[in-house]
Design a protein around this ligand. Structure first.
Ligand code: ADP
Length: 368
């Protein structure tokens, strides 16, 4: 509700009432002050942003608007407003509330002459807008672009280097095994890129709520055996053992083969990536209404501190052994989205330097 004292002739009152309802219907907070930066009028949205329900008319703006700059230093509001000889706009200010929450603020300050040039005093009109959500989307987007471009650059550089080498060696008639080796390195990097692009595509569809679930009958034995076959060379290449346990009483389940495979692949690739010694175990057991899959490893493990964060977008552990490997921190975030689409339940146990086990119960859904 716009607060101000109305006085004057009838047409002037009508005019002001129009103005009042106009300002009150604005989503942005509006505050008008006199030339000493004392509040003359304000609307309800301004009170919301200031988190106040008291009458603030007549008070000095700096007593009720405590701003912080982007480095969290207090801003002298009086000085800021008085310094606005022409309209100024900032998107870098913040307000900290008593409950320790913070909002990002758009603030515009315009010096004005009230009363359209006659009689009125000079003052200022301040517009406030909560842009916390926009800001966090902007930050997320910037971070996303920087992480993805970094992740793309490394494999492309390695692949490019190896292909150039292979070309040179072919021209010089070098031993074929050396050429093959270089091409193998390049091939691995291209495969990594394909996986990354796949994750990004799934992520983008998931974020737009565009993931569709095609339910089909899945033969769990075949699925696990197929995965084991695909990953065996990589597991052996790292000197690890691959163990498979399949419940003989397993029955087919109805779910999305595409997503179940993607979920298991994410767990398996992680377990290979974060294990240097020992084994990877994949198991599938029959459970009431579905299947319980387990992927466990004897790898580096996840610290208690990191355990609450591994499903966050872009999260990668600070552990030096994680840093040695390449990754985007998107795999488990995407996995969690897929799990919820399939109404699946998941849990994990992990101990540093001992290993990690992810358990997923995939329910059998109705065929559509
Ligand atoms: P990425 O593997 O690309 O970094 P993920 O989202 O798949 O991203 O995993 C997030 C983080 O969780 C990893 O960076 C790693 O720190 C941790 N993590 C996931 N799986 C394992 C595992 N099996 N063993 C140890 N750490 C793991």
């Amino acid at each position: 509700m716009l607060r101000q004292t109305l006085s004057g002739s009838r047409p002037a009152i009508v005019e002001r009432e129009r103005l009042t309802s106009l300002i009150n219907s604005m989503a942005d907070g509006v505050i008008a002050t006199d030339d000493k930066v004392n509040i003359l009028l304000y609307n309800g949205a301004a009170l919301n942003i200031l988190d106040s329900n008291s009458m603030i008319g007549g008070k000095s703006l700096s007593s009720i608007l405590q701003l912080k700059d982007k480095n969290d230093r207090p801003v002298d509001v009086q000085k800021l407003v008085l310094g606005a000889k022409t309209p100024i706009v900032s998107r870098e200010m913040r307000i900290h509330y008593g409950d320790s929450s913070t909002i990002n603020l758009y603030i515009s300050i315009a010096p004005v002459k009230f009363g359209f040039g006659h009689m009125g005093n000079a003052g200022y009109v301040i517009v406030l807008r909560d842009i916390t959500r926009e800001k966090s989307l902007e930050e997320e987007r910037d971070e996303f672009i920087s992480v993805v471009s970094h992740e793309l650059r490394t494999p492309i550089t390695i692949a490019e280097g190896n292909i150039s080498n292979a070309k040179l060696m072919a021209q010089q008639g070098t031993d074929l095994t050396k050429i093959e080796e270089a091409l193998e390195h390049a091939h691995n990097q291209v495969e990594f890129l394909a996986g990354l692009i796949n994750d990004l595509a799934t992520l983008s569809r998931a974020e737009r709520g565009k993931l569709t679930v095609d339910i089909e009958t899945i033969n769990v034995h075949d699925l696990v055996n197929e995965l084991a076959e695909n990953y065996l060379p990589e597991v052996r290449g790292k000197g690890l053992e691959l163990k498979i346990f399949l419940d003989p009483t397993l029955q087919a389940i109805n779910s999305s083969k595409l997503y179940v495979r993607e979920i298991l692949q994410n767990f398996i690739t992680n377990s290979i990536k974060y294990t240097d010694h020992g084994s990877i175990t994949i198991s599938a057991q029959r459970r009431e209404g579905g299947v319980l899959f387990e992927v466990s490893d004897t790898g580096i493990g996840i610290s208690k501190q990191d355990q609450g964060k591994i499903f966050e977008k872009f999260f990668r552990s600070e552990d030096y052994r994680t840093k040695k490997t390449s990754g985007t921190g998107l795999g488990l975030y995407v996995t969690k989205k897929l799990l919820s689409l399939l109404h699946a339940q998941m849990s994990f146990e992990s101990e540093l330097n001992k290993g990690t086990t992810f358990k997923v119960f995939i329910p059998s859904l109705k065929l559509m």
